[in-house]
Design a protein around this ligand. Structure first.
Ligand SMILES: C[C@H](O)[C@H](O)[C@H]1CNC2=NC(N)=NC(=O)C2=N1
Length: 85
């Protein structure tokens, strides 16, 4: 059976530019970690999926470490975010 696990963030930003700014910061963090979330941006709605492709799409410590950083980033951008789940 094929299992695909991921951590999902669904964020709505106040403006498109707010979403892109957040993504720019996220890209820096991803590069630092050598671990990159799958990103889907539709206007102000951003969906992030964290999984480890190298482990066959399983959640690993690399995803948990990145998720911790994303939690911090969301906190730092809270004024630009209208909803988060
Ligand atoms: C060599 C390098 O570490 C790997 O290709 C990394 C890069 N970024 C990655 N990102 C994610 N999300 N999963 C991976 O397995 C992964 N592998």
């Amino acid at each position: 059976m094929k299992r695909e696990e991921c951590i999902v963030y669904k964020l709505r930003f106040k403006t498109y530019i707010d979403a892109v700014r957040f993504l720019t910061h996220l890209a820096e963090i991803a590069e630092r970690h050598g671990h990159h979330p799958d990103v889907e941006l539709k206007y102000t709605n951003l969906v992030l999926r964290l999984t480890t492709h190298d482990a066959g799409n399983k959640i690993t410590d690399r995803d948990l470490a990145l998720a911790k950083e994303i939690d911090r980033l969301i906190e730092a951008h809270r004024d630009a975010i209208s909803s988060a789940e």
